[in-house]
Design a protein around this ligand. Sequence first.
Ligand code: ADP
Length: 278
Amino acid sequence: GASAQELGMTEALHGPRMRLLDLAFPGRAGRFELRRDAFRQGGRPHQLLVLSDLTRPLREEERQAWQRLIRVLSHEINNSLAPIHSIAGSLGAMLHRDPPPEDLQADLHHGLEIIATRSEGLKRFLEAYAKLAKLPAPRPQTVDVGAWIHRVAKLETRLSVAVENGPNLSIQADGDQLDQLLINLVRNATDAAMDTSGGVFIRWSVAPQHLEVRVEDEGLGLPISSNLFVPFFTTKPTGSGIGLVLCRQIAEAHGGNLVMENRTEGGARAILRLPIQA
Ligand code: ADP
């Protein structure tokens, strides 16, 4: 029943048709979506304002993200823990057998080896997680975009990455983090391109405030999944599933962003946008 004026939204009548607002009402603060529409009634122009509470849908998304993360984590941890548990059990049973089995030594050796490899895998997995959680703040320096892209492209040895030169420019960014980001994108593109014996291409362009880098491949395209950027989501037998998350974190820490999409011609495309000034 409150008027637009009471809500402090007089300017909402003239703003964009849809926008997100953080508002505080007595008893309820949160994010709201404001939609505006014009209509005429009895020949007179009216404005319709619809205010919807977005807090719940946002929490729902957060809950789903947690669920996806937990699903991937459980899967990964179980893959290591289940064999460790079962082998420890059977080794224990062997030790208690009387008389001891003939090849006890060999079985013990083999079993312990599996336990060691599995726990090593779990350790690597946790290290990868720590790397994700502890990304340091970027330390901006001057990065020559062409030099950066050509250098990373040459690091890929499985195929020859084609670089199409864009404008000459430098940006303010953390060079080490940018290397890590582009190496990951090129590695993913190459993984995909190897499946089809296709190619990998990098090009860059400049919008007024942003640098845009595109890494394209002729692979089979992205898996149908909303989990691409969920930590530990991977479709590769020896994948870590942290590459894209790390890439996006680095891009966002620089005030930029990263999206993945399918190309209409087939294959996938990573679009990285970075501000030119830090
Ligand atoms: P990883 O490479 O270790 O699997 P990432 O986080 O880098 O981890 O990628 C997650 C998943 O996203 C990959 O397993 C793959 O399924 C998909 N993906 C990423 N890049 C591409 C690409 N260029 N083409 C097809 N699928 C991709």
